[in-house]
Design a protein around this ligand. Structure first.
Ligand SMILES: Cc1cc2nc3c(=O)[nH]c(=O)nc-3n(C[C@H](O)[C@H](O)[C@H](O)COP(=O)(O)OP(=O)(O)OC[C@H]3O[C@@H](n4cnc5c(N)ncnc54)[C@H](O)[C@@H]3O)c2cc1C
Length: 435
């Protein structure tokens, strides 16, 4: 790489960071990606991968590739940023070699993109960190599938009573937002289709519950749609427990306020986001939102704001970890990708033109897409576009969701394999018993 190119450091290889990595002009910038993960997960595809709709590798993409060999990937966590020195302090990120994390180093930059995302929020509920599965990456989706099959095998042991089988096969999903409900829907489909045939003696004991502290599930949708979703799930014997507070958790039971102990076999926690440690660390150097989730505040050109409201030159933030001051947007891949598109478009424009440079003249504008969720049994809900549009439900909503989910995968080769796998699943059933 030429030493004369401006150095662009990107923190995070999730939806935001990865989009920039794939589209930045590598002739113009010397790019370094700093992330503990060498792949980027297509998060909307994780639930489908967990239940065997397609192979796990189709739900993620590696940062390194033949076509992007000019970029440098560094498997590390950014611990802190020295904005004066324009340097990131990093620690190697290897779970199996924690001692290596002591060997800290610095990466200097001319431009910096901060996109470290968020982490699951347990709301400090005791026992959740140690006992629940969080769905953030392919390894989590694999854990769901492995745990489910281990439980089915345990329940199939000759000495296990029906009562014990029901406890083992109780899948508790905490969080009635789109992530929790789509996972519920996929697991319920699996129970009704493949598992009945593969585990004929115990599949009937599998029971799924969704818990939410809010008065209803899918609260981003209007009353008609979230009531519809709730009724459809209840009809299919999914227990939807709203207004329910989990007080603590141990390795085989939930403890619910006013209800007491409820045994479970697998606990999946999908209740929302909290900030990553890096955002906490930067709090004295950057402006952060004070209400709800702590996020780095930017202006409408995604430039990071100092505590006094001025912006840092050449430092940008986006994705779940950042928000535009005065124009808050939700923590979704849709927002992360639209911001990444804006940013990388302007970086590439800046590289092409001399002064006066047209880059960053326009501000970022978000284009709201329709909210779509799968609720199982080839049924879905789609929010309306405005007060006069009631949205819709049913098979066409499922088809819209299914085709939309394919587009989340950015790799054409993977899209073709996914479609082929769907067709094969339809004819021969899912290859769910294979890992
Ligand atoms: C199961 C699931 C399903 C979802 N479905 C949808 C959907 O259908 N539609 C939708 O719009 N959104 C969906 N979302 C939300 C979407 O995934 C997030 O909004 C999106 O991932 C945010 O992108 P990001 O790049 O900000 O963060 P992430 O994708 O979380 O990536 C953050 C990256 O930063 C890295 N990182 C963290 N800390 C550091 C550090 N200190 N140093 C260096 N790197 C660091 C992480 O390892 C990761 O690589 C879903 C989320 C989940 C979990």
């Amino acid at each position: 790489m030429s030493a004369t190119k401006p150095r662009l450091a990107i923190i995070g290889s999730g939806w935001a960071g990865f989009y920039i990595v794939q589209n930045i002009d590598l002739e113009a910038y010397s790019v370094t990606v700093l992330s503990p993960r060498r792949t980027s997960a297509y998060t909307p595809l994780l639930a489908s991968a967990a239940v065997g709709l397609f192979n796990f590798y189709l739900a993620e993409e590696p940062v390194r590739s033949k076509s992007r060999s000019a970029l440098r990937f560094v498997k590390a966590n950014v611990l802190d940023i020295d904005f004066g020195k324009r340097a990131c302090r990093c620690a190697p990120a290897f779970d199996e070699d924690p001692a290596l994390a002591q060997e800290e180093f610095e990466v200097v930059y001319d431009y910096l993109v901060i996109a470290p995302g968020c982490m699951p929020n347990t709301f400090n509920t005791p026992g959740v960190e140690e006992n629940a599965i969080f769905i953030k990456n392919v390894s989590d989706a694999m854990r769901v599938r492995k745990t489910l099959f281990d439980l089915l095998e345990k329940a199939s042991l000759p000495h296990i009573t029906p009562e014990r089988a029901s406890e083992l096969l109780h899948i508790a999903i905490v969080g009635g937002g789109p992530t929790g409900i789509e996972l519920t829907a996929e697991l319920d489909d699996l129970r009704k289709d493949e598992l009945k045939a593969i585990y004929p003696l115990v599949a009937e004991y599998m029971n799924i519950s969704v818990y939410d502290v809010a008065p209803h599930i899918l609260s981003a949708y209007d009353n008609r749609l979230h009531e519809y979703a709730s009724n459809q799930l209840e009809k299919r014997h999914v227990d939807v427990a709203t207004n329910t507070q989990i007080e603590h958790v141990d390795k085989d039971a939930l403890y619910i306020k006013d209800k007491g102990r409820v045994p479970y076999g697998m606990l999946i926690w999908a209740t929302g986001n909290k900030n990553v440690p890096l955002v906490e660390k930067l709090e004295s150097d950057v402006k952060v939102s004070r209400r709800g989730l702590k996020r780095i505040l930017t202006d409408d050109r995604l430039r990071v704001l100092k505590p006094d409201g001025e912006f840092y030159d050449g430092v940008f933030a986006l994705g779940d970890a950042a928000d535009i001051e005065g124009a808050s947007l939700p923590t979704t891949a849709e927002v992360a990708v639209q911001k990444a598109k804006y940013l990388v478009g302007n970086f590439n424009l800046r590289a092409k033109h001399g002064p006066p440079n047209p880059a960053f003249r326009e501000t970022f504008k978000y284009e709201q897409k329709q909210l779509v969720s799968y609720i199982g049994a080839h049924d879905g809900v789609i929010a309306g576009k405005g007060p006069n549009d009631p949205g819709w439900t049913g098979r066409s909503a499922w088809l819209a969701w299914r085709s939309g989910s394919l587009l989340w995968n950015r790799n054409w080769r993977s899209r073709v394999v996914i479609v082929l796998t769907w067709c094969l699943n339809r004819v021969f059933g899912k290859e769910i018993a294979k890992m």
